[in-house]
Design a protein around this ligand. Structure first.
Ligand code: ADE
Length: 236
């Protein structure tokens, strides 16, 4: 089972998302356990402060080091192996499918969500967490990014997807985008499902899907096609 601890000042935003769909099933099957901690519980002053004004002036507030240190140390205490501690910030390494696969092999993740203008630099220096960004845009906090990481990782855990194969054929797993998919009816508002998919010829279907996937990737994401290692057959 993968254990995920989350440190946040908005603990209530997690449960609704984690209680639906595949996340709920994964928790019920005990593939993942998520424990959400309120950072304010680790504040030591009477106002439960977790942020303060930046030294040197400037707009916004900065996350104070003490509550974050106390939270991370408390959650990590006595756990073996120690959690892989990850801070969600726009300055981190870009999260992608290969990192998602790597995290799905861990036993324990500790996700620290930032708010405000950022973390006091001593949090980086002292706790030496990994830093992850989910994309080159700035959100109001790390809560959505933490949910993105949990979601992407959970669906890769053994036994979570009904179809053990599904995750393997996702967009990006093979460094290609998915091929087009169709369901019934065979004709909808004059648009027909490609004949090959109705043919029952599994070899022809596989070939068509591969071609479509390569074409779509070339058109939309030539950057990821360049990275991919493909067989001689694919190249043709
Ligand atoms: N916090 C704010 N924006 C973020 C981003 N893009 N990724 C991760 N954490 C963030």
């Amino acid at each position: 089972m993968l254990r995920v601890d989350v440190v946040t000042i908005f603990p209530d935003v997690f449960e609704p998302y984690l209680s639906e769909g595949m996340l709920a099933i994964a928790r019920r099957k005990k593939a993942i356990e998520v424990c959400v901690h309120d950072l304010r519980d680790y504040s030591t002053d009477k106002h439960k402060s977790v942020d303060d004004r930046p030294y040197g002036g400037g707009p916004g507030m900065v996350m104070m080091p003490d509550p974050v240190f106390r939270a991370v140390e408390d959650i990590s205490a006595g756990t073996e192996p120690p959690p892989r501690t990850i801070m969600l910030t726009p300055q981190g390494r870009l999260f992608d499918q290969s990192l998602s696969r790597e995290l799905a092999r861990e036993q324990h993740l500790l996700l620290v969500c930032g708010r405000y203008e950022g973390f006091d630099e001593r949090i980086r220096a002292g706790l030496k967490p990994e830093e992850l960004s989910i994309g080159d845009y700035v959100l109001t906090g790390g809560e959505l990014p933490a949910l993105v990481v949990i979601d992407a990782v959970t669906r890769l855990l053994p036994g979570v997807l009904g179809h053990e194969d599904s995750a393997q054929f996702d967009s990006f797993t093979e460094n290609r985008l998915d091929c087009p998919q169709y369901t019934r009816p065979a004709e909808f508002r004059g648009m027909r499902v490609p004949d090959v998919l109705l043919s029952g010829d599994h070899g022809a279907v596989a070939q068509w899907r591969l071609e479509q996937s390569i074409r779509r990737t070339r058109e939309r994401r030539p950057d990821i096609l360049a990275k991919q290692t493909c067989s001689a057959n694919d190249k043709e």
